[in-house]
Design a protein. Structure first.
Length: 443
């Protein structure tokens, strides 16, 4: 097939896209994979995902295969799941399937890992990955064995079996008594107390001359056991074939680099803002997910409702320290950070972080700027930056509302701009306008 991508009002800009595909028929297929981290070419954000899309010398791109399982980036010690379906397209013969267990020391488990699949039926499979150590796989092949079988009875007379089916069985404690232990150790405290009470009653009968033959025998304690239902007997009617699963993942810890430990702002007048910028770098091989938070020096978290994150936290070592007048709402926090959080991919390397100091009251200010990083390398200390600053009192402060004279298009476009700029030239977006209104003459 072929698709032409054309641009409107440009007949010379047409891009043809050639579609090439090949169909096949099989009696067992894997489909409906849910949870793949990469679903299409448009989801590729950097060069690390390029392994999932193959391109030949002619520029043809290989589409994502139906048997490709991509867990994406995973945190150590956390479980990631991907769901898919296994379908038997045969109309007469059931099949027996079995997924590998601990193959090549890869921490992937399949549930169910073995089972029977009747003709025309589909079974949902769950693949779970729980890496304890750094792991990187790129289309690693795990094979699922499939064999055609015949059962003792017709498929409609036998339940669909797999390794998830369990049977409840009650056993007496004495029957499963471990070697070298007495039955007294296996009985529950309730049974022991009841036995002691019966002994006390028998002693009372002996004292009063009663017969011991009337004492009832204690009931045996029972324990509930869950056992996997045995696999029904079957006979293989064909050779075993293997369906490949292409598994990709990248599991590793997150590593950061930041050269700032303390940010101390110069004395700042009320209702003015100083800011300091620094770099947060990603030194790991996986994405670094971070989120900033403000904690007061006594450990209490500072809450904020504004869309800009409010954090408390340095002496400048590198970066920018500038002073800009800024009108702020009364509920604005003293320290703020931009952005509040984000994701630094390995190819991106760094994010520019900006911390603002905007005092609204006369005081000495201090707080901690804490960065929460998921899956942080245990060898690295949590990132925490100390913020401090002092506010000063101006001789006079005029708090005026913002004017819409410029952004409301009330300014005459024929007027010249500042510094002799020609009419119609764009103004600096930070330009502030002060309006005066006449109230008339008083008597």
């Amino acid at each position: 097939g072929r698709i032409n991508l054309s641009l409107k009002q440009n007949i010379y800009e047409t891009t043809p896209v050639l579609l090439v595909g090949e169909g096949y028929s099989d009696y067992v297929t894997i489909s409906n994979i849910h949870g793949n981290r990469i679903q299409s070419v448009n989801d590729l954000d950097d060069d690390n995902d390029a392994d999932d899309i193959d391109e030949d010398e002619e520029g043809q791109i290989e589409a994502i295969l139906t048997n490709q399982i991509n867990f994406g980036e995973c945190h150590l010690g956390e479980t990631s799941e991907i769901f898919f379906a296994l379908t038997n397209h045969s109309t007469e013969e059931p099949i027996r399937f079995q997924f590998p267990v601990d193959e090549d020391n890869i921490p992937i488990t399949f549930t169910p890992n073995v089972g029977h699949l009747h003709p025309g039926c589909t079974k949902d499979i769950v693949a779970k990955l729980n890496p304890a150590e750094p792991l990187k796989l790129s289309k690693h092949v795990l094979e699922c064995s499939v064999t055609k079988i015949s059962l003792d009875d017709s498929p409609d007379q036998i339940a669909d079996w797999d390794s998830r089916l369990q049977t409840i069985r009650w056993v007496e404690v004495d029957l499963v008594k471990p070697q070298g232990s007495s039955s007294e150790e296996l009985k529950s405290p309730k049974a022991k107390s009841s036995k002691e009470s019966r002994k006390g009653k028998s002693r009372e009968r002996e004292k009063t001359g009663g017969s011991s033959s009337s004492v009832e025998k204690p009931r045996p304690e029972k324990r509930r056991l869950l056992e996997t239902t045995p696999e029904p007997s079957y006979l293989a009617t064909g050779d075993t074939r293997y369906i490949p699963l292409l598994v990709s993942t990248h599991a590793d810890v997150s590593k950061y680099r930041c050269g700032v430990e303390h940010i101390h702002f110069k004395d700042t007048m009320l209702f003015q803002t100083r800011f300091y910028e620094f770099d947060l770098r990603n030194d790991g091989s996986t994405s670094l997910v971070y989120e900033w938070d403000i904690v007061s020096r006594d450990g209490e978290r500072v809450h904020f409702d504004s869309p800009r994150s409010s954090l408390r936290a340095g002496t400048p070592r590198s970066g920018t320290d500038a002073l800009t007048p800024l009108y702020r709402e009364p509920d604005t926090e003293t320290f703020t950070v931009e952005p509040q959080g984000g994701v630094i991919k390995p190819g991106e390397k760094r994010h520019k972080i900006r911390v603002n100091f905007s005092p609204l009251q006369l005081s000495d200010w201090s707080a901690n700027l804490v960065c929460r990083i998921g899956n942080l390398d245990p060898s690295l200390a949590p990132l925490e930056i100390v913020l401090s600053g002092k506010s000063g009192l101006p001789y006079a402060h005029f708090e005026l509302p913002d004017s819409d004279y410029i952004h409301g298009n009330r300014r005459n476009p024929d007027l010249r701009g500042p510094g002799g700029a020609p009419p119609g030239a764009p103004l600096n977006p930070n330009t502030k306008c002060l309006e005066f209104a006449s109230v008339g003459l008083g008597k």
